[in-house]
Design a protein around this ligand. Sequence first.
Ligand SMILES: Cc1cc2nc3c(=O)[nH]c(=O)nc-3n(C[C@H](O)[C@H](O)[C@H](O)COP(=O)(O)OP(=O)(O)OC[C@H]3O[C@@H](n4cnc5c(N)ncnc54)[C@H](O)[C@@H]3O)c2cc1C
Length: 259
Amino acid sequence: MKIVVCIKQVPSTNEVRLDPETHAIIRDGRQSVINPFDNYAVELAVQLKEKLGGTVTALSMGIPATERLLRDTESRGADAACLLSDRAFAGADTLATSYALSLGVKAMGGADLILCGKMAVDGDTAQIGPELAENLGIHHVTDVSEILEANEEYFVVRKATETGSRVLKVQLPALLTVQKDIVMPRLPTISGIRFSLNAPFTVFNAAEAKADTSRTGFAGSPTQVVKTFTPDGKREAQPITGSASEQAAQILKIFKEEA
Ligand SMILES: Cc1cc2nc3c(=O)[nH]c(=O)nc-3n(C[C@H](O)[C@H](O)[C@H](O)COP(=O)(O)OP(=O)(O)OC[C@H]3O[C@@H](n4cnc5c(N)ncnc54)[C@H](O)[C@@H]3O)c2cc1C
């Protein structure tokens, strides 16, 4: 089974620095980690490879410094890694990111199963998984909390919902986004770290990925961040008292004042 696992580089601290002009996050890789949800996707990919055979390739769209994080996945069981990196990919919203990632999957010759984290802790739109599946024309299930059955043709999974969970059967090729704690991520081993130092590692720029650059980066992003600010958070609590109708009247008055 050919498994591709998508990992995103995210800032490791809350001090996210934003470009004053583009309002995009300044990603210099110095203080960055693998998006926490993706560590569960990496571990699940490796466990499925150990059960069903095949290969695991980690894929990311990011700055050159993302190589360090991709090699970390190779020290924990991934067989190879691929980085989509080019200035033409910078400033991408989810539409442009999922398009670029779909080119990465195609450039690797496709996949039987693609695993993503439930969401990224910085953008946290949870949109990339479903959008990537749509770009590739494959099935997808989001918020998977358990794999109940897995073989070369289909998976039976438990999907978390707001009211509990649902059990779904999905034909391969497919994409799953996984919940936290679906598995327990392993730590890198010494032999894993040694392997990761010279493990297969491919970088695709926009031309090598055959990208239409009008669909990548800022150019390909219908979502433009027009303003970013840190809320001052200095607001006082306003007591709402009296009967239910008096309280409703007070809240309506506040809404009208705020509108
Ligand atoms: C504060 C903030 C708000 C934003 N709001 C929006 C918005 O409203 N709409 C919009 O279109 N864009 C938005 N963006 C941009 C968005 O973050 C990027 O497009 C990003 O590349 C993907 O979206 P996400 O972070 O929400 O990822 P999610 O969709 O939450 O990520 C889900 C999974 O997709 C995979 N994944 C995500 N990004 C990558 C990557 N670069 N490489 C490999 N795998 C990846 C990972 O497995 C991840 O767990 C925002 C960014 C920030 C920082």
